[in-house]
Design a binder for this molecule. Structure first.
Ligand code: SF4
Length: 434
């Protein structure tokens, strides 16, 4: 299947809002002088002290899986002590800042790179020094030039004990997947591959590779610079800290907010999307109705319990536009984004995209209700069978639209759509929020 354009273009501008922690003091600007003026010099922290800071904070990765970061650190640290087969001594760790944001609806890591690059880099450098790593890699999105320029400017300002190299991904949805990033660093095509061990055990050149997204590293940076009490000052007792959210609306500049866990989600949503559903978690996410959004609080377990996991914090809100039409365009796009190396992507996703198009437009063979059954069966068929989670995420989106919008599916089966096509309202009016 040839690659179709994303229904939400990769953002070249981001509206970044002042926040309580990572995004505090935005008017200072992104320079190293302003950063050091606010936070002081980066202290040296030993591995045991860094581990305790991270453990006590309860920091979880902000890339979507919400994996406890201390466990990743422990795995990498433990793997540096183990010997590579046939070699003497331990193995040096590698630290990777993943700023690639392959998800077009996400702009939170871009926001950090544009406004707080040294917070991100401090987190990675402090950890690299604690692990005695000899190199740090920063991987930016090849199709976000302003982000890349900001990172290059920030690196030019710094003089760290550990060398930092910058790389750019290919413009592809799966290019930011962890194994695809490791492949890029190894000089191979920037695509996911099957792996039998986590990157923290055996990543780049078989070495323990501590790879995380920019937001996670920024939290580590702030923990080292400000301590654990400042982190726990925000959020709730059970879920301390803040998180970044990207609010994306077709035809609008994305907005990035930082909020404490426990914040009411509806307080972040502009009036234009009130009363309407939103896609939570980005293109691999799940739809949530307005009653769900209105009741939700920003929380990893809380949103999962509502059937709309937060993932990497993307809220795609089409307002009054048709969620089925948007889903179909997203699945078309996702089907064209894999390398087509595995069966579920090569055969399954194009077939799934075709059936979802039938859901929206109807077909001569069984109509939309027949398409709904086939979409459900295909979604089940592709799940758990790829080398990476791309088919699973695409299937999750399709299952979600079937579960959340049975009435809309029936409307389409009858040849009706109660709402307008995606993006028409904002784009036709030339309206762009800032
Ligand atoms: S599942 Fe799809 S995206 Fe993932 S490695 Fe296989 S072909 Fe590529």
């Amino acid at each position: 299947m040839s690659a179709l354009a994303s229904p939400v273009p990769v953002p070249q501008e981001v509206a970044v809002h002042e926040g309580p922690a990572l995004l505090a003091g935005l008017t200072d600007g992104p320079s190293l002088a302003a950063h050091r003026g606010r936070y002081g010099a980066l202290p040296e922290v030993g591995l045991a002290a860094l581990r305790e800071l991270i453990r006590a904070s309860g920091l979880r990765g902000r890339g979507g899986a919400a994996f406890p970061f201390v466990r990743k650190l422990d795995t990498a640290a433990g793997s540096t002590a183990s010997r590579a087969p046939g070699r003497r001594g331990g193995r040096e760790a590698v630290v990777v800042v993943n700023l690639s944001e392959g998800e077009p609806g996400s702009a939170k890591d871009s926001a950090l790179a544009l406004t707080r690059p040294h917070l991100v880099l401090d987190g990675a450098v402090a950890t690299a020094c604690a692990l005695r790593a000899r190199e740090v890699h920063v991987v930016v999105a090849g199709d976000r030039p302003a982000v890349r320029e900001s990172v290059v400017r920030a690196l030019d300002e710094r003089d760290d004990a550990v060398p930092i190299r910058q790389h750019a991904t290919e413009p592809r949805f799966v290019g930011g997947q962890a194994r695809a990033v490791v492949e890029l660093l190894a000089g191979r095509p920037n695509l996911p591959v099957t792996s039998w061990a986590p990157e923290a055990v055996a990543g780049l050149a078989g070495r323990p590779t501590l790879l995380s997204n920019a937001e996670t590293w920024a939290h580590v940076g702030l923990l080292v610079l400000r301590g654990g009490a400042a982190y726990r000052h925000h959020g709730t007792d059970r879920e301390p800290g803040t998180t970044l959210l990207t609010l994306t609306r077709p035809g609008f500049v994305p907005h990035v907010h930082e909020v404490g866990y426990g914040t009411r989600l509806r307080d972040l949503l502009p009036p234009g999307v009130h009363g309407h559903p939103a896609l939570v978690g980005g293109f691999h996410g799940s739809w949530a109705t307005w009653p769900t959004l209105r009741a939700a609080r920003v929380s990893v377990p809380g949103m999962s319990a509502l059937g709309a996991p937060l993932g990497a914090g993307v809220l795609l809100a089409p307002g009054g536009s048709c969620p089925l039409t948007l889903t179909s365009r997203v699945v078309d796009y996702l089907a064209g984004q894999s390398a087509g190396r595995c069966g579920p992507c090569h055969n399954g996703l194009p077939a799934l995209a075709s059936v979802v198009r039938e859901l929206v437009h109807g077909d001569a063979d069984g109509g939309v209700s027949g398409a709904a059954g086939r979409a459900g069966r295909l979604a089940a068929l592709v799940t758990g069978r790829g080398a990476c989670a791309h088919p699973d995420g695409t299937a999750r989106l399709v299952r979600s639209v079937l579960a959340v919008f049975p009435d809309e599916v029936a409307e389409h089966a009858a040849g009706r759509c109660a709402v307008e096509p995606v993006g028409s309202a904002a784009e036709d009016a030339g309206e762009v929020a800032s």
